[in-house]
Design a protein around this ligand. Sequence first.
Ligand code: ACM
Ligand code: ZN
Length: 528
Amino acid sequence: MKNAVYFAATMAVFASNAAALVPAAREFAAGEGVLSITSKVSFTEIDWYDFDRVGQCLAEVEKTVVRDKSLPPEGYRLHVGADSIAIASADDAGEFYAYQTLRQLATLTSSNSIAIPRCIVRDWPAFRWRGLLIDEARHFLGKETVLKILDEMAMHKLNVLHWHLVDDQGWRVEIKRHPELVEYGSVRPCSVRFGTHASWKPPAHAMEYELNKDRYGPFFHTQDDVREIVAYAKARHITVMPEIELPGHVRALLAAHPEFICEGATHGREPAVAWSVQKEVLCVGNDDAVRFLEDVLDEVCELFPDAPFIHIGGDECPRTNWKKCRKCQARIASEGLVDESGLQAWITARMVRHIEKKGRRAAGWDEILAGDVPKSAVGMVWRSSPEGGAGTEFVSAAEAVGRGHDMVMAPNEYCYLNYMQGIEHDPYPYFSVWPSSSVITLEKAYSFDPCAGIPAERRDRILGGQACVWGESTFNIFDFEWKAWPRGCAIAEALWLGDERPGFADFLERMEKHRIRLLDAHINSAPL
Ligand code: ACM
Ligand code: ZN
């Protein structure tokens, strides 16, 4: 029997803190005793925390499930009685979250039975956007890993997967109308060696930026993979938001279409290898390039038929080439734009409207807010001050909601989980560019307040927030999980409970137990 040691621990956990829920439930009243459920199917290999086993047992207990429209969206009431379970929920998502809570409450007591503490729970989220960004452009994780990440999101009641699929270093989604995108964009000539990056220089173990000599790729998701991932997410009440970066961060696209670079500049047939902000951006004065983007976005909309939001990037777009390009300058003149910043606003507005015509809403990094952009566009904050990025114009979240934009908060100093976490003996590489000395401790992540600085009367424009695990130094599932958890648990609780969070000390106590749960579920959580 695997993990026998945890069985003893389990009982103690049970007595001292039956409800080590992460995120915590809004209201939890413990009853006397437990509900024991035995499944007909017995497994031979068991782990203390086993999704399949718990699910198998839960399927066999008597349950009543009803809809109660008086509950807030995604909310639920759960009653665990002596021999049955009752769930009332506002909607399907609420019912799903009641099950996620049950899964965390359940303890395996034998190879085919679980115990759940008797309790009454009332619970609903503070924010409707509870996101996680993964960046497969920099390092490809692959379908199986993405599916595992979706399970981890569901466990923490996160509901938006922000899928960063393309960037300077890779194009990772098959576009049937333009197969050249993955042909040229999904393979780079070499890559950064695991654990090495110039930006990561903590005093104890500075490492140099070091390239291996191996081709990286071709790595990309086929459209069948995408459909499978989207369906898997949907079954877990997770919306997938694809990101197609424009007009900067496009070197993988330029590898397929070097002719879309500005006059006077050139581009080879390979994506970028280095991680810094790249000056090779799209020629926005080129009509063919603009139409190409629209064509790609059309197919992306078809591939993600249920995605309410399509992310169009917009961050870190240097204007060096635009300043010297005849076509870009001609566009500025013909559209009556003030300067190159107007050119970025022009391409943003055009793509936002194009996406609107498809019945979707565009989202983009905070840089998109600098110009006159349709109010349907959702701004995603990653900078908290004018510095950073390519040093382009800065619009604060408070100003953006004042202008009528909905916003999602992902400020780097709280939400970028690729930044160091300040734990001892950490073998994993990090990527902290801005600000270069950033450390996001667990406590800092827990203190994330999506509504910080937003006037009370405008807070309904803050849809929520998200953790971002950028991929420059995220090579595989092991270091993804190490970076994502437990700090992602803290952010999940901030988004689920908002101002009703019970506090860091309480979180830490639950998190100690939850981390054992994660490890038993084969999730490589970092220590607290
Ligand atoms: C970003 O980190 N450039 C969105
Ligand atoms: Zn140009």
